[in-house]
Structure formats: C-alpha cells, structure tokens
Design a protein around this ligand. Structure first.
Ligand code: ATP
Ligand code: MG
Length: 140
C-alpha cells in the first residue's frame, strides 16, 4: 500500500448538528491526517459541477440542493491507503447499512443526509482535490 490523498466533505447535515470535531476525531483515529481543511457555503451550480458524474441519476437534483443547505467542510486526508481507509471509516452510503463505529452509522440520518463524502478512486481523488484546493493549501 502507498501513501495517498483523498477528498473528504463534511456535509451540511453534519455541520448543522455541530459534528465537525467528532467526525474529524474519527478520521484521525483511523490514521488519516487532515492536511487541508476549509468551511464553505457553495452554490447549487458548484454542487452540480462537483457531482456531474451523477447527472443522470434520479437523486442528482436533491443531492445538489442538499449540499447548499448549510456550510460544508472540505478537507484533504492523507495516509496509508487513504482512499479506502476513508471509505471504510465513512461506512455504507445508506446509514442503515453502515457498520457500528463508522461515521455514517453514528451520525448519518438517511441516504440523503449521510454526513460525509469521500473520493472513491485515485483518479477521482486527484480531480476532486483540485476542484477545491490549490497545491499550496496542502500542508503535510
Ligand atoms: P459519496 O460520493 O457522497 O462519498 P457514496 O460514494 O457512498 O457517497 P454515491 O453513489 O457516490 O455514494 O452517491 C453520492 C451521494 O448521493 C450519496 O452520498 C448519497 O447522499 C446520495 N445518494 C446515493 N444513492 C442514492 C439513492 N439511491 N437515493 C438518494 N440519494 C442517494
Ligand atoms: Mg461517491
């Protein structure tokens, strides 16, 4: 395994419930280092661009709206096998299928309000990190 970087987003449902610190603690306990982080309010247009890969899905419009309902925290995580490690600590997309101990099991409200996003492949991680961060914002 190699050291990787991945993009993580703490979604509006979680920032609204003041869960940023508790989610960050889980990421750090899983061995991931938060090497960049910022809190943003994004427009629906930006959410649509970010989630363009899902444009044909029935949930696309709701997903993009939901990302604008409050602040998001975008972050770059670094660590051994970071993409998969983050997916594991996030838990299943639908919180009712997530394992105990995962972020979505503990904090997710529903599939629409599942508290976090994480890149799902090395290529997407590179693209998603570049979407929100410039190189000089990553502090290792
Ligand atoms: P994410 O991309 O947010 O890390 P994921 O990779 O587990 O989550 P995707 O299939 O990429 O899931 O879907 C992106 C987001 O769209 C999910 O996090 C969820 O909020 C929403 N979503 C996915 N599938 C559904 C669905 N069947 N119905 C409603 N919303 C969905
Ligand atoms: Mg995904």
């Amino acid at each position: 395994m190699a050291i990787q970087q991945t993009l993580s987003i703490i979604k509006p449902d979680a920032t609204r419930r003041n869960l940023t610190g508790q989610i960050n603690a889980k990421l750090e306990e899983a061995g991931l280092k938060i090497i960049a982080q910022k809190r943003l309010l994004i427009t629906k247009e930006l959410a649509k661009e970010f989630y363009a890969v899902h444009a044909e899905r029935s949930f696309y419009d709701d997903l993009c709206t939901n990302m604008t309902l409050g602040p998001i925290v975008v972050q770059v995580l670094e660590g051994e096998d970071a993409i998969q490690t983050n997916r594991e600590i996030m838990g299943a997309t639908n919180p009712s299928n997530a394992f105990p101990g995962t972020i979505r099991y503990e904090f997710g409200e529903s599939i629409d309000f599942n508290s976090v996003h994480g890149s799902d492949s090395p290529a997407n991680a590179v693209q998603e990190i570049a979407f929100f961060f410039s190189k000089i914002e990553l502090c290792r």
